[in-house]
Structure formats: C-alpha cells, structure tokens
Design a protein. Structure first.
Length: 397
C-alpha cells in the first residue's frame, strides 16, 4: 500500500480511557518509536500507516509520543502529526546507528517505553535500551533481500535477519500482525512462542460499501511497485485471463521504482487500453475503486498482513491473493476470498470469482464480516498492552 493522506484519528471515546488506564498502571507517559520511514516518506507503505495509526491514538489518549525516523525529502527534520512528534534525521542506512545513539544519549528527551519497528534491518535495541520495550516485526524478509539489493548487501541482510539479530532478541517482547507470521517467526527465527504477541491491524471506518460495481469485470491491485509485490506475475495472470474474459479491466494503484518495467511489460502484452496504472490516488478515489471493483488481487511474496485486503473487504470486495503468511489471516480462505499456492494460479482463481456471481456475493459478505473484526482502536490497545506487560515484568523482576 502506498502512502496517502490519512484522516486524523476520530474524537475521544472508550478506547482513549482504556489506553490511559493501561499507560497509568504501567507508568508509561512518554513513548518513543524507532522506524526506518514515516508516513510522509515517498516509499511509505503498510508498516508506516500501521505505526501512524497507533501513535495517533496513543497521543489522543494523552501520551507523549515521539517517532524517530530517517530523512524524508521536502519535509522538515521535526514536525507534528495528529498529536505526536516526528524527528527525521539521517539517511536510509545511517538512521539505524544514529537513532540508537540519540536514543541512548537522551537527545530526544526522556521516555518511559520504547517501540522498535524492525523493518528488515533492526535497530538492535537489546544492546542499548534499558527500559520497557517491544518490537514490531511484521514479517520475515527472506527472499526480499535478493529482490531489492545487490548480491553482497542481500547476503548481509539475510545474515543479520536470520543469524545475527535473532539471538539478541530472544528475551524481547515481539508484536506481529498475524498468527501465520508468528508461526514463521517461531519456526524460522527461533523466537519463543510465548514472547510473540499477535495484534491484528485495523481498518479505517471510511472504508465501507457504497457505490455500484463497475459495469465490466474489474480487478484492482493496490501496493508499492516494488519486486516483492510481484506485479509482473499479476500482469501475466491478467493477460491470460483476458483471453477468457474479453471485457476484463484491471487497475493498479501505487508508485515505485518498478513502474517503468511494469509499463514495458504491459506495452509488450498490448494491454495498455485495459490495464490502467493509476499511480498514487487520493482517499476518495481509492475508496471508490475499492467499492466498484469486483475483486482485489495480490501476487505478493511477503506480507505481515495485507492491509489493502482488509480495506477492500470493508467495502464488500473479496480478494484473490497468494497463500503466504499474513494473507492467510487477512483472508478467511473460501469465506472472504481465495488463496492460491502460486501466482500462476491467479488467473483461474480470479476467473472463478469474476464469472460466478453467487460465489462473488458470498465472498463479499464474508469479506465484510472479516473486516468488521478489525479496528485501529483495538490495535492501539493491544500494542500498548504488550508494552505495559514488559514494563510490569521488569518492575517485578
């Protein structure tokens, strides 16, 4: 999912009081978050939206929240968003040591709790942080290293993620988005199951049913145009499907450095008149696309959840996605959408949903039910509970 304008958190309510009670009981008034990127970064995605939604709700409940992240072009070093402070300093790689040193030295002010967002490369907080802390670890990166970095850097990334960092985090409280991601963290990184807490992401209330479906069978995909999303595989599936459904239309929302390659692949397939690359869109346009599309598709190789799936689901639009960790929780198989073992199976699965109105209606109802189970207030509460539990554990140790 691409960065986009995000509505401020709604007014105070029961969640604010609960957050305040949790924080007070654990002695948490000032919380710092360390993140690779923030919501204003041109390459921001689901991880950044997730952190923003939590930080905004914590701030709304009266907590002092500071997010330390890397420099973002055309944005000031220090700013405020929805009640919390954002500090942007250092580049993509130097942000890790510089943020750790600044936090350890107290340059950003005192804090009662720390949240580290481990997005591929960790900040190694177990080596220098002394107080209560939790780590967001949405998913393994695994083959993503090879997709995005040079061979030498990819080897380094895999070594850090698989070998160097996990032993250092054995005693750390981990928060992840889905049970399937937790299973990977336990089986592949060696974390103890008791140390990994699952807190589902939410979905904004503005995502809801409303518009009539498009008159032609329409497939929607939303995400950054980067290798891990495998839009080339999705495009191949759509081209194959078009031979069976001649009036098929497809819309891809998002930007990224693979855009030129995707445009070339679309041009070579003679699909420019029915596969539309919409780029970044505003909130109202995205909402309309979710509502009008017949199905959401994703060929992604790695996800912690897949928040675009839940956003579409809240609009009554089912999904056909790859059967990977994260997707297995965002989609209830055969109830809110279909899971496929391989991107090559996307064409057949999409064809089933597009040509069977009864199946599509049933999956749409299931999608609405799945999305109704997710709220950002619950996400903010669950994450703060994890941090509070670590604070209480440390006091009683």
């Amino acid at each position: 999912m691409d960065s986009r304008d995000v509505e401020p958190a709604p007014g105070s309510g029961p969640a604010d009081a609960k957050l305040g009670d949790i924080a007070a009981a654990a002695g948490l008034r000032r919380i710092h978050l360390l993140a690779w990127r923030d919501l204003d970064d041109p390459e921001a995605g689901g991880s950044e939206l997730h952190a923003h939604m939590i930080a905004a709700r914590w701030a709304r409940a009266g907590l002092e929240v500071t997010m330390r992240t890397s420099f973002a072009a055309d944005h000031p070093q220090v700013s405020h968003r929805d009640g919390y402070r954002v500090i942007r300093k250092a580049g993509r790689y130097l942000v890790f040591p510089r943020a750790a040193l600044a936090e350890r030295a107290g340059f950003h002010g005192p804090s009662d709790g720390l949240v580290e967002i481990w997005n591929g490369m960790p900040f190694f907080s177990p080596l220098w942080a002394r107080g209560p802390r939790v780590v967001f670890l949405h998913h393994l990166h695994a083959e993503m290293w090879n997709m995005t970095l040079s061979p030498d850097l990819a080897r380094l990334g895999r070594f850090v993620e698989a070998r160097l960092a996990p032993p250092l985090y054995r005693r750390t409280s981990i928060v992840t988005l889905s049970e399937s991601s937790k299973q990977e963290l336990v089986s592949e990184m060696g974390f103890r199951a008791a140390r990994v807490r699952v807190v589902h992401p939410g979905v904004d209330a503005r995502f809801s049913p409303g518009a009539e479906q498009a008159p032609r069978p329409t497939v929607l995909a939303v995400g950054r145009l980067v290798p891990v999303k495998r839009f080339h595989a999705l495009l191949d599936a759509l081209v194959e499907l078009r031979t069976r459904i001649p009036d098929l239309e497809a819309i891809i929302v998002g930007e990224g450095y693979e855009r030129e390659a995707i445009e070339a692949r679309r041009r070579d397939a003679d699909a420019e008149d029915w596969v539309h690359l919409a780029g970044r869109v505003d909130d109202d346009t995205l909402l309309d696309l979710y509502r009008r599309s017949w199905v959401l598709a994703s060929a992604s190789a790695r996800e912690g959840w897949g928040m675009t799936i839940t956003e579409a689901a809240a609009c009554g639009t089912p999904a056909v996605v790859t059967d990977i960790a994260g997707h297995r929780d965002a989609v209830v198989a055969d109830q809110s959408g279909l899971l496929v073992a391989d991107p090559h199976q996307l064409a057949d699965a999409l064809g089933r949903v597009l040509t069977d109105s009864t199946l599509r209606a049933r999956l749409g109802d299931g999608a609405l039910a799945r999305a109704a189970e997710c709220s950002w207030d619950a996400t903010a509460v669950g994450t703060l509970e994890a941090l509070a539990a670590d604070a209480v554990r440390r006091r009683s140790a």
